[in-house]
Design a protein around this ligand. Sequence first.
Ligand code: ADP
Length: 382
Amino acid sequence: MPDRAVLAQGTVEKIGEEDTVITFRSDGEILADACSAADHPTAVDTLLRRFLKANGGVLDDLDEIAAFGHRVVHGGEVSESMVVDESVLDIVRRAHRFAPLHNPPNLAGLEAALRAAPGKPQVAVFDTAFHAHMPPEAYLYALPLSLYEEHQVRVYGFHGTSFRYVSRRAADFLGIPPDKVNLITIHLGNGCSMAAVRNGRSVDTSMGMTPLQGLVMGTRSGDIDPSLFLFLGEWLDLTPEEVYDLFNRQSGLLGLSGLSNDVRELQAAARDGNERAALALRVFSYRVRKYIGAYFAVLGRVDGIIFTAGIGENSSWIRAMACDGLDGLGVALDPARNESTDDSERSISAAGSAVPVLVIPTDEARQIAVETYNILKEDIAQ
Ligand code: ADP
């Protein structure tokens, strides 16, 4: 896609709550207003109206939009972005059971856009798709195989849109063809996951059938002994739903620290001597380090380690702890480069580090736009 500029962007947060807020930016100006959006379809309508010049946006008419790109969290075993028709809506619906919090709002957004702009092409970009080429030894759980064959129980992986974007940018940065590059990509945001990328494709990833597996996250436990599900239910007299909630919403950095799920707050508290905050950050970083080691073993040759998303882009503390002691693998950070608050794509490794370590700011919205354009470029008027 030609490197088209972002004209405007907007988000609606706290949908369905009292204090719903719409944030809109164009011409570098950021405006945040209260708005009302009881549900996701209303939020899409509100946002689309905001793009009109009449409301301070950039379009005379919604008809100027050539196509819509949608992020869809779970697409089952789908391996690419798809132009939305009834069969694609069915794919999204069938994956609801794997991502009950994410896929229904994704579907509502798709349907709202289809209603608001009838006849305009809509493209679904699946977060799982980047991982669809993993080999069976990476995506199978060691459970009875019938659970995969009959119930599609397997590792799917997430954050694929982000991994695809940063892998491509990292390949350019390193001067390696995108289909030849081997990377360990580390997305640390509210959700956290990593991927081992061989020849530009994901060959292993840390999240599983759902986004609960793998790294420690803000409120999610990541990897734990599955027996805990039964034992905690018995010991604490909790229903399965309550245990599930404990693992998803009361664990991770929040559960360990008892303070916050936000790395900024935990760093400040740890600097003030809060031991539990420091412990939570150590457990978080140790898990990342362990997966870095695992992905060295998976890949054999690593051309770069890539940090991205809110924590990965901004926390030099976490990056330093995650890479600490990896000298044996040829990984050494340059402390001054790591501390730099420059927000561009950059190397943070020491001159003598055999493996470059990069910070690449992710841009999932741009990746969705690129994929939407690529799939439709024959049809979109230039
Ligand atoms: P999402 O997964 O929702 O897109 P982000 O990628 O924006 O989330 O990451 C959000 C997290 O990034 C916050 O919870 C916070 O812990 C962390 N974060 C954001 N800015 C900083 C910062 N300057 N220093 C450390 N952590 C930060």
